[in-house]
Write a protein that binds this ligand. Structure first.
Ligand code: PLP
Length: 399
């Protein structure tokens, strides 16, 4: 017996996250199966030939398609409200695939100046080698994106909220600028996930994911994805991926499928916990400033409340006393993990200036607002009492 795909138009997000994309096999399995196979077998020479024909569908080889990976792709496409999704070996693999599918020598791309560090490295060190021009703008105001336009601009790239300072980009406003000039807008939706923000509905053309973070949600595997139109993602991005090979493994796709089943629950819980901690941190005398879009003190609180249905799990805060105080805080905690990963049920704590943002110059760090006293916390799902006790140890160490 095989089930038809869930009719996506009739179901809510929490249901899609649990059920979309699974085409049940003749075995009648309830949980999604893993297909750890590199290639697929044909019934005859004629069937093999037909499968290889231009425009044909059906499995040939797992660099191209794999049923478990396909299930993850269908599910994420349903959650983001996109026509097509292509899964990749990592979030960076998704950004690379986007660039390779879209750009050619002589094109120009505009990137937010507050994006994940490896993305700037990919653009500055590698895309420029192939004749792509890159410029950076502060993400907040559509007007700055308009000013950065050149006749050869092809791509706008941003993430919102940004890492680590939760700067919010106005997706709708920037999409209008992009579309008036034939530019593709790509939004990295890693921090919000489709539970809290749906960039395609706000006018973005492409959504990028590091599935490594909240889509897995339990810090197990690395992966990524691109969601968008059939025409671009389904054909161009897929075409690059099947040729060049940064594909997702079936095992990782299966782990992400299990992660997605609890995505809505987790994102609501991460958001609630982060809100409580952000308000608590704001009241502590050792804390100079808290950056969290859920707070009224955040300069773009209203915009975040408009385009997101929750504020997510990432908080940045500055302690008085610079690097020495920040390091004392970290070293005095007993439970939270000192690691740069985020989006995990385990709370993680980092000092951006000496880890994720260590390789940029002090001037660039200053420009980006990454002070020496800044700490970033990815709020997990441990008991709030235990979290406050642990962070309280950090605060006490500052004095
Ligand atoms: C981690 C991250 C990436 C890169 O994803 P990988 O899976 O590590 O390759 C891209 N964007 C954001 C916002 C991230 O946090």
């Amino acid at each position: 017996m095989s089930n038809d795909y869930l009719d996506q138009d009739h179901y809510q997000l929490a249901t899609l996250a649990i059920r979309a994309g699974h085409l049940r096999t003749h075995e009648g399995e309830h949980s999604e199966p893993i297909f750890p196979t590199s290639s697929f077998v044909f019934k005859s020479a004629a069937e093999a030939a037909a499968r290889f024909a231009e425009g044909a569908t059906g499995n040939i080889y797992s660099r191209f398609t794999n049923p478990t990976v396909r299930c993850f792709e269908e599910r994420l496409a349903a959650l983001e409200g996109g026509e097509a999704c292509v899964a990749t070996a990592s979030g960076m693999g998704a950004v690379l695939s986007l660039c390779m599918a879209l750009l050619r020598a002589g094109d120009h791309l505009v990137c937010s100046d507050s994006v994940f560090g490896s993305i700037t490295s990919l653009f500055n060190r590698y895309m420029v080698k192939f004749g792509v021009e890159v410029s950076y703008v502060p993400p907040q105001r559509p007007e700055d994106w308009r000013k950065a336009l050149r006749p050869n601009t092809r791509l706008f790239f941003l993430e919102t909220p940004s890492n680590p300072l939760s700067v919010i980009a106005d997706i709708r406003g920037i999409a209008e600028v992009a579309h008036a000039h034939g530019v593709v807008l790509a939004v990295d939706n890693c921090f919000c996930t489709p539970v809290l923000q749906r960039p395609l509905e706000l006018g973005a053309d492409v959504v990028i994911h590091s599935a490594t973070k909240y889509l897995d949600g339990q810090g197990r595997v690395v992966g990524g994805a691109i969601v968008g139109s059939k025409e671009f993602v389904g054909k161009e991005v897929f075409g690059f991926l099947r040729t060049a090979g940064p594909s997702m493994s079936p095992f990782n796709a299966w782990v992400f499928l299990k992660g997605l089943e609890t995505l809505e629950l987790r994102m609501r819980a991460h958001s609630a916990a982060a809100m409580e901690l952000a308000q608590w941190l704001e009241q502590q005398p050792q804390v100079a400033r808290v950056h969290y879009a859920g707070l009224n003190s955040h300069p773009q609180h209203a915009l975040a409340a408009r385009q997101q249905s929750g504020f997510g799990g990432i908080i940045a805060f500055e302690v008085h006393g610079g690097r020495a105080a920040a390091w004392r805080f970290i070293d005095a905690t007993r439970m939270v993990s000192i690691t740069a990963n985020l989006g995990d049920v385990k709370t993680t704590l980092t000092h951006p200036a000496t880890t994720t943002h260590a390789r940029i110059t002090p001037a660039e760090r200053e420009q980006a607002g990454i002070s020496e006293g800044l700490l970033r916390i990815s709020v997990g799902l441990e008991s709030m009492t235990d979290l406050k006790t642990d962070l309280g140890c950090g605060l006490a160490a500052i004095g």
